[in-house]
Design a protein around this ligand. Sequence first.
Ligand code: AMP
Length: 210
Amino acid sequence: MKIVLLGPPGAGKGTQGVRLSKTQMIPQISTGDMLRKAVSDGTALGKEVQSIIRDGKLVPDELIVSIIEERIAQEDCREGFILDGFPRTIEQAKALERVMPESVDVTVYLNVPAGEVIERLSGRLTCRECGAVYPKQDISVCPACSGALYQREDDQRSTIEHRINVYMEHTAPLVEFYRERNKLVEIDGLGEPDEVSDRIEAGISEVMSQ
Ligand code: AMP
């Protein structure tokens, strides 16, 4: 099963990707997590993308496509995978069709209004170790893995607006791209994570039984 998670920043792709990875028993592949790891490890890739991520811009298509191509060729992706944060442009979606022999099975579009997204992004902390996100409160350590929680540099209000604009211009057109291919399941991303998970599981079952 090859699943793409689509939706604006803060829609819950990461949270739902981790849950789906457990129920479907396939890996979650987050390009954002991979790039942030490269930055914190100080690799050549990390140095190249550091300022792009900080400013909320997109890293070049060829670069991210080659990262994904290499990742999905690995053994643990044989039974499928969940893409979180990729594709982010029509060009990336077309490249995915070129590099993958069979196409994506289902694209889950998490629909969350822009106002809610701004609230979520500016009010969240992220775990440095596992990437889990939590609403800002009096905790500094990840309840799941004990990693340190921090506010992502691109979760500052000034950058958030830019990221939403980038999403509207470059990524939102992918909703129609996948709808035309009959691969889209649109999910209301508002509500508790459990409720959203239930909607996603039901939506995927429906698409797969068609
Ligand atoms: P995310 O964690 O998905 O919000 O991604 C964080 C940042 O990583 C984005 O704002 C981009 O700078 C970069 N990034 C992640 N995935 C992609 C992608 N598919 N294409 C281009 N840039 C990406």
